[in-house]
Design a protein around this ligand. Structure first.
Ligand code: HEM
Length: 490
């Protein structure tokens, strides 16, 4: 079925959209996109080595003994914080600089503001990085950013909202494509989530009352920032890569409203079995089951679009990243439906099952989609075709297999740990039983880092030594039409 006449999407033209009167260079500040991607990968590299080092601590081979600023506890926080704020968020800012002007046909509020946000955000990450080494962590999981950096993050979130709401408000498009729905909501959610998680438990509430807030913070950082950015990104790039609209725009909007309604209600599911009142725990379980249905809309939409198209994941590596990410998403959601039951929680709580789950979703879904985006965009940003197809394949397979083995190993370790603990096996015995699993996990980390080196080397070689000029057939044709194209009309 052609892109034009799909009954459900009702879209009249391409999802690339944007007012076609403006040429790429003017509409999109490509240098900002490029710098955000480079910064994202810079922090990603440090985060990966931090993860690898911490995994060595767990197999009793800590490589940096007796240096307080490099102690394992600090390195673990560096790993998680640089992933969330340095890697994912930088990549999302780059993605927004590329997608929002195209979806609205209007430029971002200001290029100067764009560079200011880039500088300020990376300064925040640098201060967080130094602060964590110095032992200045705030006692909030995933909010360990020192308290003196927190106000800067809120200012950063406000600037980001100004930057991207401006084109969204100025657009003359008749309808908002679903990606813009997600982005628009996420700008508000980012600030609110950050304030709730970092200021309330610090200054206003304590003890048992702070517990649900901390659970809500971890959950909402993923659910109300990373998830809407990721879904919006997938809904933008997949139709462009496949040159056909998403299967159902209506279904994607059901996903949006479901996310907005149910996601904020389920933070307490991180604390099932805790002293938090049972009514709150049960309500978190119910809303988690509801979100399962919502998430399914994304999975159905992706796979049906893919199945109805004729873009092969064998040839198209960008689409392959999105495909594997969507597959991992289905797996993650299946896990969630088990994890949210109190019976299952008795086994897996406080075990490596949870760590496996965290890597599957943050790495296997959202990071893989980011790699799909980078694979698609880098030739356009540098004007050169990828330097090496082989390095792109190595990147994919090393990271894909690395994650798969890491996930399976940690999941198995979690089950064994859980059942041993239920049988009152002493903790020391359990820790010894975990050693072979953690050993394998360290090796998977080496594979992932090797994949990262393939990716960054290829990006460098493409930019510096790429010989074949890239001719854009994804965006340029629409921008050369010199007429308005309609996006995502429901
Ligand atoms: C070189 C590859 C990696 C290695 C060796 C590694 C290792 C680790 C280790 C050892 C932990 C601490 C687990 C514990 O406390 O028991 C951890 C936590 C975590 N890592 Fe990684 N990691 C890697 C890559 C990644 C990537 C790419 C992401 C996301 C994009 C990620 C996200 C996380 C998250 C979210 C946690 C917190 C898990 C939790 O508290 O449940 N890691 N990682």
């Amino acid at each position: 079925m052609s892109a034009e006449n799909h009954p459900d999407s009702g879209q009249t033209a391409n999802p690339q959209g944007g007012a076609a009167t403006t040429l790429t260079g003017a509409l999109v500040n490509e240098s900002l996109v490029k710098w955000h991607i480079i910064a994202a990968l810079f922090w990603f590299g440090i985060a990966l080595f931090a993860g690898l080092f911490y995994s060595m601590q767990l197999i009793k081979h800590w490589p940096l003994p007796l240096i307080p600023v490099l102690s394992p506890g600090r390195i673990r926080m560096i790993h998680t914080n640089l992933i969330a704020f340095g890697f994912l968020t930088n990549a999302f800012f780059g993605m927004l600089c590329w997608t929002v002007p195209r979806l609205t046909g209007k430029k971002i509020a200001s290029n100067f503001l764009g560079y200011a946000i880039f500088g300020a955000w990376n300064l925040i990450i640098l201060l967080t990085y130094i602060g964590l080494h110095m032992g200045e962590a705030q006692a909030v999981e995933w909010g360990e950013t020192p308290v003196w950096v927190d106000p800067l993050v809120v200012v950063g979130a406000v600037l980001v909202a100004i930057q991207f709401y401006t084109p969204i408000i100025r657009t003359t498009e008749r309808a908002m494509y679903v990606s813009l729905w997600y982005f628009s909501a996420a700008f508000v959610w980012l600030g609110l989530t950050y304030i709730m998680g970092n200021f309330f438990p610090q200054y206003l509430v304590a003890g048992n009352a702070a517990g649900p807030l901390l659970g809500l913070y971890i959950h909402d950082l993923v659910g109300l920032w990373v998830t809407p950015m990721g879904w919006g990104m997938m809904y933008f790039f997949v139709p462009i890569i496949m040159k056909r609209p998403i299967w159902s725009h209506a279904l994607s909007l059901v996903g949006f409203w479901g996310l907005a309604f149910f996601y904020p209600l389920q933070g307490v599911h991180h604390f099932l079995g805790s002293p938090i009142p049972m009514f709150a725990q049960y309500s978190a379980v119910v809303s988690t089951i509801a979100i399962e249905i919502v998430v399914t809309t994304v999975i159905i939409n992706f796979f049906t679009t893919w199945k109805n198209g004729n873009t092969s994941i064998g040839n198209n590596i960008a689409l392959r990243w999105f495909w594997l990410g969507a597959f991992n998403y289905a797996l993650t959601c299946f896990q969630c439906s088990l994890q949210v039951t109190l019976t299952f929680q008795q086994v897996i709580h406080f075990t490596d099952w949870v760590v496996g789950h965290a890597h599957l979703v943050m790495f296997g879904v959202f990071s893989f989609w980011i790699f799909g985006m980078i694979d698609h965009l880098w030739p356009k940003l540098t004007g050169r075709e990828w330097y090496s197809r082989a390095l792109r394949e190595w990147h994919f397979w090393l990271m894909g297999m690395g994650l798969a083995v890491m996930f399976l190993t940690l999941t198995a370790a979690g089950m064994i740990d859980g059942f041993m603990a239920l049988n009152l096996v002493p903790r020391e015995t359990i820790l010894n039983a975990m050693q072979p699993f953690w050993f394998v996990r360290t090796f998977t980390g080496v594979a992932i880092i090797a994949g990262f080196l393939c990716q960054t080397a290829n990006m460098y070689l493409t930019a510096r030594a790429g010989r074949v000029t890239h001719i854009d057939t994804d965006y340029a044709p629409y921008e050369e039409l010199e007429q308005e194209t309609t996006v995502g009309t429901v």
